[in-house]
Design a protein around this ligand. Structure first.
Ligand code: ADP
Length: 456
């Protein structure tokens, strides 16, 4: 009895599983337990060399006789099906293992048993004596009253003991392996979808950039025509008034289109800056002064102040202009009549600081970081007087980052806001010249007209 003594639950009174189960009371369809013991004795004789080995194998082992009654299961299988040997020995394979299909039918007689791969494999091996290797099956068992399905890789071989045939079944638990393969497939599938989405997104951005660009051509023609009509009808006041409204709204459209083009460029990674060594003080001053008239129209006092006369840094003048125009148009938009705006340039800790401070409506603390995200706006009643799209600061932040700088806001509701940009003071070295003077860059007045087109 050595073969069982090592492991069997009924011999040592405790088993790895099923300790509290009631004993098999003898099922008519199963062979008697004592008969099983005889078979095991014989098996033991036959399998002397490997008895302990079978027991400790990490794969499940089951031996059934020609009637497919279980003669032996090893410890691994006991653990898997959570039943002790004593509970299953002598029972039909499916019944012993807890096959879901054997619940209401005797094992092998259910509707689904005909196609049971485990049963069919065992039958085939017992009949032909030809082993079957590595067959993957996915049976459903009832374990601890729960229907559980897992993957097994089975190899079945026949053995003859005292002229009787037995099927020797090795059951390898490949549930994790299968789950991993399924997970890998899911990951691959998700990756494919992501790549497809990115491609689609890229195409959409490209289309978006092209279309928005196309909007500009007819709009520019309309603008030129408006200008032409303006020159032709200088006397008619009503005409001039409506012509002006048309022009103003064309500029608003142009501003929106320019912003949309930039967003498309940023999102597709094509938004670039053209760095040149230039006098940033002059760029900031010229751009600020070009907007004084808009501030004056609202009775706002706009002051430009600098601690430094000249500072050459590597920057993109057009983009710096864009930053100033956006910050100033916001400052004018969100500052009530007769307020103040202060533009200040100074240096601190080897950084160039640009501050645009207004005495406007301010920004609630919870929105202070939100306003730099695309399409975010502080929804106040004041906003309704000045149209906006929530794009400007997102573009400003992008430009500042591309210059290696950073942007922050300090604000208090009803007190005002201060937008502070820190630029690194650095130049680029080119072979031809060390810097290009700002004088080569001309501020284009139309840019201010476009940027300030939505200020009422
Ligand atoms: P837009 O002004 O076109 O809506 P922006 O991205 O330039 O878009 O600004 C986002 C939001 O930040 C604005 O809608 C406004 O609510 C708030 N904001 C920006 N600048 C100021 C400012 N100087 N004072 C008060 N609120 C501001």
């Amino acid at each position: 009895m050595d073969f069982l003594k090592n492991s069997s639950s009924e011999e040592n009174g405790r088993g790895p599983v099923g300790e509290n189960e009631t004993e098999n009371q003898g099922n008519e369809s199963t062979i008697k337990y004592s008969e099983y013991l005889k078979v095991v004795n014989i098996l033991e004789g036959e399998m002397k060399g490997i008895k302990g080995f079978i027991e400790i194998l990490p794969v499940g082992i089951m031996i059934v006789d020609e009637d497919k009654n279980i003669v032996h299961i090893n410890r691994s299988l006991e653990k898997k099906i959570k039943k002790s040997k004593r509970k299953v020995i002598g029972k039909k394979g499916g019944e012993g293992l807890g096959c879901y299909n054997s619940q209401n039918n005797p094992c092998g007689e259910g509707r689904l048993c005909e196609t049971c791969p485990l049963k069919n494999t065992v039958e085939s091996v017992l009949k032909t004596g030809v082993p079957i290797y590595d067959m993957e099956v996915n049976p459903r068992f009832i374990i601890d009253d729960v229907v559980t399905s897992f993957w097994l890789r089975i190899t079945v071989s026949s053995i003859i003991i005292e002229n009787k045939k037995y099927a020797f079944i090795i059951m390898e638990d490949i549930d994790n392996e299968k789950r991993n393969i399924q997970l890998e497939n899911e990951v691959t599938e998700s990756e494919k979808k992501l790549i497809e989405l990115m491609r689609y997104d890229h195409k959409r951005n490209e289309f978006f950039a092209n279309v928005t660009h196309e909007f500009k051509t007819p709009l520019n023609i309309i603008l030129s025509t408006i200008q032409l009509l303006n020159d032709m009808n200088t006397e008619n006041k009503a005409f001039l008034k409506y012509n002006n409204i048309m022009r103003q709204n064309c500029y608003r459209l142009l501003k929106l289109i320019n912003n949309l083009i930039d967003i498309a460029r940023i999102e597709s990674g094509f938004f670039d800056i053209n760095l040149k060594n230039q006098n940033i003080v002059a760029i900031v001053e010229d751009t600020t002064l070009s907007t004084v008239e808009y501030a004056r129209m609202k009775g706002i006092k706009l002051v430009f102040d600098t601690d430094i006369e000249e500072r050459i840094i590597a920057c993109d003048a057009e983009k710096i202009e864009r930053i100033i125009l956006n910050l100033l148009s916001n400052a004018i938009k969100y500052t009530k009549d007769n307020g103040n705006i202060h533009v200040h340039l100074y240096e601190k800790d080897h950084r160039l600081i640009l501050s645009v401070k207004d005495s406007g409506i301010g920004i609630p603390p919870e929105m202070a970081s939100e306003i730099f995200k695309i399409f975010r706006q502080v929804d106040t009643s004041f906003r309704r007087n000045n149209e906006g799209s929530g794009i400007g600061l997102f573009i400003v932040k992008t430009i500042v980052k591309l210059h290696g700088g950073n942007l922050k806001v300090k604000s208090q509701v009803n007190q005002g806001s201060e937008f502070i940009i820190e630029f690194p003071i650095r130049v680029i070295c080119t072979e031809e010249e060390t810097y290009e003077a700002y004088s080569t860059y001309e501020h284009n007045k139309e840019k201010s007209t476009i940027e300030f087109s939505n200020i009422k």
